[in-house]
Design a protein around this ligand. Sequence first.
Ligand SMILES: Cc1cc2nc3c(=O)[nH]c(=O)nc-3n(C[C@H](O)[C@H](O)[C@H](O)COP(=O)(O)O)c2cc1C
Length: 352
Amino acid sequence: MSQPVPEAIIPGTRPSVLAPMQDVTTTNFFRVIARRGAPDWFVTEYFRVHETSIPEAHIVDSLLNHQSGRPIFAQIIGEDTPHILRTIRLLLKYPIAGIDLNMGCPAPKVYRKNVGGGLLRDPGKVAELLHAMRAEIPGRFTVKMRIGFADMTHFDELLGLVAKHQVDLLTVHGRTVKGLYWSEVDYEAIRHAVQSVPCPVIANGDVTSATKAQLLVQTTGAYGMMMGRHAIRNPWIFRQWREVQQGLTPYQPTFADVRQYIQELADECCDFAFASEKKAGRLKKFLNFVGLAVDAEGKFLYDMRRTETLEELLRCCDAHLLGEKATQVYPDEPHRGLLARPTRESQPSCEL
Ligand SMILES: Cc1cc2nc3c(=O)[nH]c(=O)nc-3n(C[C@H](O)[C@H](O)[C@H](O)COP(=O)(O)O)c2cc1C
């Protein structure tokens, strides 16, 4: 009933995975990332499952048209077993590497329905779901979870269920649901998961660079690494880690490379139907992360947040990334003390 995880691009290296991110990891974002050195595989943002749901067309599009040449897993979020099984049967018709269950989303409107991170409070429900899903999925069945809801009370029990129901791959984001996106990541808890389940474990949470990925292999023993926000900031992170693992000098992007990446985000990931101000708003969502490594004082972040149209925003990017800076190396770690979204970082929301 189960299958080994997909082969890495370079056999013998540990795999990297682009984290699923709602409203970010679209078809075109997958393409933009893959041009800079794909992760070993992708995971879609979650398909919502409820009584009347059908797989969302834009996420199905990402399954069909990512053109990365790499495997892609379809992620689902829900708690209604019959409808989850119905959705699995629909998704199995597409070219997917497997089905992933979301047990981590921290948005209150999500966890209050006992889905996503809400499931972590109810091991009985998790047992029912894992049992039913395992029986329905002929190939790879994977789970992405946090280490608990408010604390780690049920962590061992949940890991026991992952083992019992023969989950093929477990991703652990080393924060609780209440820790949202900013609490310190508990890598010791990830190490505990690695030692507790028979399947490979992918470590997730603030894997900021290839150097940190290497370090986390040592400290957690994880099979591979998943990068989310840090791949938005540095889309070369996957090839860099692959190169480091092969003993090669990792690619060092310049600020001109970053400016080109921003252009592709603007051209391909900001909906053409939007007005220029709305496109600017969407591009800023990506630039909030890119900006964490542009300058230590946060001048780029300050200036870009004050632009209104896309044209103005791109001119601001030229001013901060080109000229003298164009040939300088873009740092592989973010500058300390800068915030991606100062207005939202204290609010509990899935959207950053
Ligand atoms: C904007 C945004 C949307 C997200 N959407 C999803 C999602 O659809 N499914 C999921 O499992 N995790 C989702 N996550 C969580 C990420 O996959 C990842 O677990 C988290 O960001 C920690 O990894 P990082 O520190 O590398 O970003 C989302 C995160 C962000 C920032």
